[in-house]
Design a protein around this ligand. Structure first.
Ligand code: GUN
Length: 300
């Protein structure tokens, strides 16, 4: 059997289209334009690319984008002062401080200084607690994107065995909470898990978020399982020429696609969904701030 390949690029485009439709409605019916502020400290090249893409896609969806680029030497106090200003700005509905921050800045302190209702990353400790207790919260973008793809692929997730490999605060833990909320039986596995292969083989839903290239081979995948590969790993690709590289996931795609029922590729799977869900979260935050109904199909 060859798996259905889940097209994250097309799915993300459909999410962005829904976001843009909702933005138009907010503007026409209420005179409100959602606004997203993105803060970048320093000159990390990967972060610069992310921030540029976020700004571009925010504008394409019809929203306002506010970019704040600060030098790497910016003090923690100055960054906290900027967050305070954005917290108080009614035109800003979502705030994202790009991570990682320079070493002299306490990341947790900065994240927890963002007003929880504007925390479109869903990283604030209050949002983490709300998600964990099944209450309305801002949900981290990557797990939200994975959940949308799983629901689209499978319909109800109720009763399915879900294994999340990886226990990060950004992906693994919130992913497990979302799957639990959709009534899956959830296992969080990680580098110290005993018999990881057998644990994975029990998964109807396998989410890989460890950051280790092609760590999960096809014979760890249950026949017919839905595999969501969150990993984005750059490896050498001598077959493409000297010094060339390419991106691979945490799952060995070639062997896993022969066993799985459905699988996300890398690139073109989960990756494009993350920014699409950031835009979705910004619209959600804007609706909540204005006591308006939330956009259908764009929240958890
Ligand atoms: N850096 C890499 N991914 C992310 C993300 O999802 N949010 C933030 N704030 N920083 C990141």
């Amino acid at each position: 059997m060859t798996a259905t390949i889940i097209d994250g690029k097309a799915f993300a485009a459909s999410v962005r289209e829904k976001v843009a439709e909702h933005v138009t409605r907010l503007q026409e019916e209420h005179g409100i334009t959602p606004g997203l502020a993105v803060v970048l400290v320093g000159e990390d090249p990967a972060s610069q690319v992310y921030v540029r893409n976020k700004g571009k896609q925010t504008l394409e969806a019809g929203m306002n984008s506010y970019e704040h680029k600060l030098p790497a030497e910016t003090s923690e106090a100055d960054l906290l002062a900027l967050v305070e200003k954005l917290n108080a700005d009614p035109a800003v509905h979502g705030i994202l401080v790009q991570l990682p921050l320079p070493d002299h800045i306490d990341e947790e302190k900065v994240i927890n200084s963002i007003t929880p209702a504007k925390d479109v990353d869903g990283f604030h400790i209050l949002n983490v607690g709300l998600l964990g207790t099944g209450q309305k919260s801002m949900v981290p973008c990557t797990p939200l994107g994975c959940l949308m793809m799983l629901r689209d692929q499978l319909g109800s997730l109720s009763g399915l065995n879900a294994v999340v490999v990886g226990r990060s605060n950004i992906v693994g833990k919130p992913m497990a909470q979302l799957l639990l909320r959709d009534s899956c039986t959830v296992t969080i596995a990680h580098s110290r898990t005993k018999d990881l292969a057998d644990v994975c083989r029990g998964a109807d839903i396998l989410v890989a978020a460890v950051g280790r290239p092609r760590m999960i081979p096809g014979d760890w995948v249950k026949p017919g399982a839905t595999v969501i590969d969150v990993g984005i790993n750059r490896i050498d690709a001598p077959e493409k020429g000297e010094g060339k590289t390419r991106l691979v996931g945490d799952v060995d795609f070639d062997s896993a696609k022969e066993v799985a029922g459905a699988i996300t590729p890398v690139p073109g799977g989960v990756g494009p969904m993350t920014i699409a869900c950031l835009l979705a979260n910004t619209v959600t935050a804007c609706c909540r701030a204005n006591n308006l109904p939330e956009p259908e199909g764009l929240t958890a």
